[in-house]
Design a protein around this ligand. Structure first.
Ligand SMILES: Nc1ncnc2c1ncn2[C@@H]1O[C@H](COP(=O)(O)OP(=O)(O)OP(=O)(O)O)[C@@H](O)[C@H]1O
Length: 268
């Protein structure tokens, strides 16, 4: 992925296995978030391809990629701060369900989604679909909040939640899209040590409970080492190492570029 003359990610070639928890680490500016942005369709790579479940998704738009089952959280929390916790999770499903309904209806009357010329007609189909499904959307949102222990906060404004719970709510939103692959960009950022250790257990639980695959960027090495089954290490846009946590902790290149000398002592 080039931005003008800057090669942000170069020759990156890897995969995520179904059901695994994969970590992506490396110094600031190494290209980690750019990898996420390419996978989720925020950027079209200047070279190369991205496949998901065997499908080439390289040129797809972000909402199509979400539709196919890839969902993400952001380094800087992106909730609707003025909406309630429940509404935040409902809105995450709204677009998808409404679009599916509209597409189904338009197919039934013999027009594909690009053939409908009347904008207001299309809008009203969307609205009808939404009303019909509202209870379903609400129930599903509640059930996700309950699983994540956030249901008591359902009617609170997102902005009133402590930071750690806002991060959790972001994960709830991502799960509400029926994601198969969850991309988490620094889920432990801003958490204290006890919160981040709880997060490790929670992400493992989420993987099993929701049967998702997890790909995460994280700077907190305790979280990364305690959570990930495999780790990729980037430096200056290039993949410099790949392996199990114990291998990564002992890897000289990784210690030099990122982990620092203290890790070689921990690893010994
Ligand atoms: N839209 C963009 N336009 C220009 N340069 C960009 C853009 N996005 C990222 N970059 C550059 O690409 C490089 C990789 O950035 P990226 O955000 O992917 O790094 P990172 O590993 O996620 O860093 P951090 O750990 O600080 O989040 C950096 O030099 C960054 O400035």
């Amino acid at each position: 992925m080039k931005f003008g003359g800057l090669v942000a990610v170069n020759d990156f070639n890897n995969y995520v296995r179904e059901g695994e928890i994969l970590g992506l680490i490396g110094p600031n500016g190494a290209g980690k978030t750019t990898v996420f942005n390419v996978v989720t369709g925020v950027y079209y790579p200047t070279e190369g391809r991205v496949f998901f479940n065997g499908l080439d998704i390289t040129q797809l738009k972000p909402h199509h990629i979400t539709h196919l089952g890839i969902s993400r959280t952001f380094q800087n929390i992106r909730l609707f701060q003025d909406m309630t916790v429940l509404e935040n999770v409902m809105v995450a499903q709204h677009h998808e369900l409404a679009t599916k309904d509209a597409e189904k209806y338009l197919q039934k009357i013999g027009r594909n989604k690009y053939g409908a010329s009347n904008f207001w007609f299309w809008k009203s189909v969307l609205k009808l679909g939404y009303m019909k499904k509202e209870k379903e959307i609400k129930d599903k949102a509640y059930s996700i909040l309950k699983k994540l222990g956030l249901e008591k906060l359902a009617d609170e404004k997102a902005s009133s939640l402590p930071y750690g719970e806002q991060r959790l709510l972001e994960i709830a939103r991502a799960l509400a899209t029926d994601a198969q692959l969850l991309l988490l960009d620094e889920p432990a950022a801003g958490m204290n040590p006890s919160e981040s250790q709880q997060l490790v257990q929670l992400i493992k639980w989420i993987r099993d409970e929701f049967k998702v695959t997890v790909f995460l960027i994280e700077h907190d090495m305790k979280v990364v080492m305690g959570l990930c089954e495999r780790i990729l290490v980037m430096d200056y846009g290039v993949l410099i190492a790949e392996g199990a946590p114990e291998e990564i902790q002992r890897n000289e290149k990784v210690i030099e570029a990122y982990l620092g000398e203290e890790w070689s002592h921990v690893a010994k």
